[in-house]
Design a protein around this ligand. Structure first.
Ligand code: FES
Ligand SMILES: [Fe+2]
Length: 379
């Protein structure tokens, strides 16, 4: 076949189970609407997805909403103290029930005011006493699985899914080791972004720090970059580095004496990352939410000991919002355009036996999970 730029590249440059011999995931995985449709079914409707934090569900009636691909979901604490999750859709004619987060004594649909209990039972439905053979039990909200991990609330649309706890291994213990104050942290600040990039392109960027020296000059001052190490496990990977200088060019911090000061981050399948930055007790969540084949929304949420950030924490937020995120968003949006180029044929993973700071094995691990979910993993 002629080298005309239109030749399919997947078979010529395949993903292989052996990272040292593998080409990267082919460009069409990042652009093709048909693959995004398959990912919805095979990944997002089957995986545990982040919905919020237990702090948002402290009292009966407290709720939080989330979107998983194209599915609206809410999580609510009932009068019995139990947290339950439901599709966020009215059983009458499909209006959305709850928005954002807050507290609802009763779940009332804004359209015709059908109302529901927090356990999903239909409570009132105006006029249905005149409707023949109307059975309220036929109009319960459809429940989905919910589980918490390290204070974070996850939901799963697959009723047959294995528990989250059984899938995450030592992740909660490892998070606690690097952030012993984790149970005390409160939501303090959210940054929101909309990216012109496929969700996997954004995850890819998180999973390697090969790009850090050229692209993040301040970050490589904040951490001891030569000691940055990525380790892969089942459905997650860890990305940990000792801290750099407290008076670095990203933001100044005071080293704690009672806990590690490392930059410690974890990616959890398919699209959430937890990050402990050097400085005052913190954890940040980068939630990478696909909104289409080539668009992604991000929430960058900061949890601190106080819901009012300290001076160091304000500096960290400013650094993330004004430096780190613009740097990464510029990178992934450039890559997204490049994935359409007739001149790009698919590169190689840069991996080394020592799995050092420049190794892209975390990316290879993620792509293997994507292909496995799609039923395309190489033998
Ligand atoms: S759609 Fe909700 S009450 Fe009609
Ligand atoms: Fe980056």
């Amino acid at each position: 076949m002629p080298e005309d730029g239109l030749r399919p590249v997947r078979s010529a440059r395949p993903y292989r189970a052996d990272a040292e011999r593998s080409y990267v995931l082919a460009p069409n995985y990042y652009t093709d609407p048909a693959i995004w449709e398959r990912e919805k079914q095979a990944i997002f409707y089957k995986a545990w997805n982040l919905a919020g934090h237990e702090g948002q569900l402290a009292r009966a009636g407290d709720y939080v909403t989330c979107r998983i691909a194209d599915q609206e979901i809410f999580v609510i604490r009932g009068k019995d103290g139990r947290i339950r999750s439901f599709y966020n859709v009215c059983a009458h004619r499909a209006h959305q029930l709850l928005k954002g987060s807050g507290s609802a004594k009763v779940i009332t649909c804004p359209y015709h005011a059908w109302s529901y209990h927090a356990d999903g039972r239909l409570r009132t439905a105006r006029g249905t006493e005149h409707v023949a053979e109307f059975n309220p039990d036929d109009f319960r909200l459809k429940e989905v699985a919910v589980e918490t991990m390290a204070g974070f609330v996850f939901v799963n649309l697959d009723s047959g899914a294995a528990s989250l706890a059984s899938q995450v291994g030592d992740l909660p213990a490892e998070m606690l080791r690097y952030q012993p104050d984790l149970p005390k942290l409160k939501f303090a600040h959210r940054l929101t972004y909309n990216l012109k990039a496929n969700w996997k392109n954004v995850v890819d960027n998180f999973l390697e720090c090969y790009h850090c020296p050229p692209a993040h000059p301040a970050f490589v001052d904040l951490v001891a970059i030569k000691q940055y190490r990525t380790k892969t496990y089942g459905l997650y990977s860890s990305h940990i580095s000792p801290p750099g200088r407290p008076d670095n060019s990203a933001y100044r911090f005071t080293a704690a004496s009672d806990r590690p000061n490392d930059f410690a981050a974890w990616w959890l399948w398919p699209n959430v990352t937890f990050n402990v930055f050097p400085g005052d007790a913190n954890i940040t969540i980068l939630h990478i939410m696909p909104t289409g084949p080539e668009t992604t929304a991000e929430h960058f949420d900061f949890y601190f000991l106080n819901d009012k950030p300290s001076a160091c924490e304000q500096d960290a937020i400013k650094y993330v919002d004004e430096v780190l995120q613009p740097e990464d968003i510029g990178l992934v949006e450039s890559v997204q355009r490049g994935l359409h180029s007739r001149g790009y044929q698919g590169g190689r993973y840069v991996v080394d036996a020592g799995r050092t700071d420049v190794s892209e094995h975390g990316l290879h691990h993620f792509h293997g999970l994507v292909l496995t979910a799609l039923g395309e993993a190489p033998a």
